[in-house]
Design a protein around this ligand. Sequence first.
Ligand code: NCD
Length: 306
Amino acid sequence: MRHLMSPLDLSVEELDQLMDLANDIEKNPAKYAHACDGKRLATLFYEPSTRTRLSFEAAMMNLGGTVLGFSSADSSSASKGESVSDTIRVVSCFADICAMRHPKEGAPMVASMVSSIPVINAGDGGHQHPTQTLTDLLTIRSLKGRMDHLTIGLCGDLKFGRTVHSLINALVRYTGIKFILISPEELRVPDYIRDDVLRANQVPFEEVIKLEDALPSLDLLYMTRVQKERFFNEEDYVRMKDFYILDKAKMELAGPDMLVLHPLPRVNEIAVEVDQDPRAAYFKQVQYGVYARMALILTLLGIEVK
Ligand code: NCD
């Protein structure tokens, strides 16, 4: 039985297969409409979510399966003091696969150690968010036509942004990737990403503060929200929250093929006027997220559709 805790749980070949499957699902949805008949997905969300939870649920329903779960810790027995290990043992009796989001780093990993069904990490604290990465990779591959030889700008909260950590982890395995890390001093990527992932894999990267300096050289700009819920005090958040605002004027500094991605939710970091720009891909990215999760569910359940 396989779980998905980090994008590195899938080899590059497996990732390619998963993306081929996702693209086939996109082209032939009817072929997959009953692939998960009789199967059930549990969504255990101890932290708020719109996209990820609904995307998982839509993915399972598109495959003919059913879903059950909870969308906040308050509405689960966690509020009575139940451990994630006990919860997952119980849920294993009700479902065939589960997606878990938790504010504590490592909680889905703890669950996977005692689970008798596949567990998918749907975001653990400021750590990892592998299914957002599958979404991001599928978006990049589908819209750019390649995963290699890209200069990628990651902008915003690179310290607490788990989507950024997972994406860097996954992308360092492709050739010709260069990162420009754009953040205020206080929100730079954690040392373990800089040293153990980027430097250890000899991946070229630069760290800059001004978005304007990076824009002209990027193939892809990945914007992120300042992660309010991970700040220790409100004052620091307020000081940081509008540090970057991508607007029409800034988009003029970028090349004609630069894609703008964002895991969403957006707060102020992308002005709504940018939504009309053909380079804005963040809503398409949401749709790719459903195909990516459908492909993942099929893969982890070992279901092959002929
Ligand atoms: C991201 C997350 O939860 O980390 N959202 C998502 O799943 N699409 C990004 C964020 O909350 O800023």
